[in-house]
Design a binder for this molecule. Structure first.
Ligand code: AKG
Length: 252
């Protein structure tokens, strides 16, 4: 069975031990010192669970990290030779943080098509510290909540899963924080009007690329732009509303 066939059947692939504990510790330091494009504290933050969004965008160390050829070689058999990163986040589940309930990531991005979640265990994932759970095959409908795979992971393990994959993390009942990273990846033929520009192209022709580009084939595809107009409009509406709120707050 090819990696693509396995991914289509299960909705995910695992690469054990891709990174060392030292590499993961350095990654966490970069997340903590870097300035995310979107501030960490957002509507998802809860208790000691913290989200850092778009950490790759302004951080060349993280850009180089996710574009290492060993990462690209893991992704190409599933995604194809050309792809870009639309968004990423690092998640710190601090001691005694709660459950992050079952969900599919398309529910957050609002995109209708499948994209790819490059998920990295920045720290060890256990049954008690908020490890990742996936429901194999749940990227296809109908979703049946009966059999789940608990993904215990050592730090440095990598999972590639479908954006339609039903997943969840449990409480962290330990005294140590649990860290995870996820980068959301689309083939360059696919456009996302909500992603910040320029576009961070991770691979071209199956080789690591790791550069920002002002446009990608997907963003130049008029039919796709028209199809995604409702999402674009919704984005402008949300941004306008936010700006108005700020203006009113400042003048109050
Ligand atoms: O890292 C976690 O604990 C869960 C985060 C997650 O699943 C998400 O933000 O989609």
């Amino acid at each position: 069975m090819t990696p693509r066939e396995q991914f289509d059947r299960d909705g995910y692939l695992v690469a054990r031990g891709m990174f060392t504990a030292d590499e993961m510790a350095e990654f966490i330091r970069e997340v903590q010192k870097g300035e995310p494009l979107t501030r960490g504290a957002d509507f998802l933050d809860s208790g000691s669970m913290h989200f850092y969004h778009n950490v790759f965008y302004k951080n060349p160390v993280i850009q180089r990290f996710v574009c290492q050829q060993r990462v690209i070689d893991f992704l190409v058999p599933v995604i194809g030779p050309d792809f870009w990163m639309r968004w990423d986040q690092a998640v710190e589940k601090g001691p005694h943080s709660g459950v992050f309930a079952w969900h599919q990531d398309n529910g957050y991005s609002k995109l209708h098509e499948q994209y790819y979640q490059l998920w990295i265990a920045l720290s060890e994932m256990t049954e008690t510290n908020g490890g990742l759970w996936l429901v194999p095959g749940s990227h296809k409908s109908p979703i049946r909540h009966i059999k789940v795979d608990n993904h215990l992971a050592a730090e440095g393990d990598v999972v590639l899963f479908s954006s339609f994959m039903l997943h969840k993390t449990y409480e962290n009942t330990t005294e140590r924080p649990r860290w995870a990273y996820v980068g959301e990846i689309l083939p360059t033929r696919c456009y996302d009007p909500l992603a910040p520009k320029p576009y961070f192209v991770m691979a071209q022709g199956g080789r690591a690329y790791g550069k920002f580009m002002p446009s990608i084939p997907g963003s130049r595809d008029i039919a796709q732009r028209i199809r995604l107009l409702p999402l674009t409009a919704r984005n402008y509406y949300r941004k306008g509303k936010k700006r108005l709120k700020t203006v009113f707050k400042q003048s109050a």
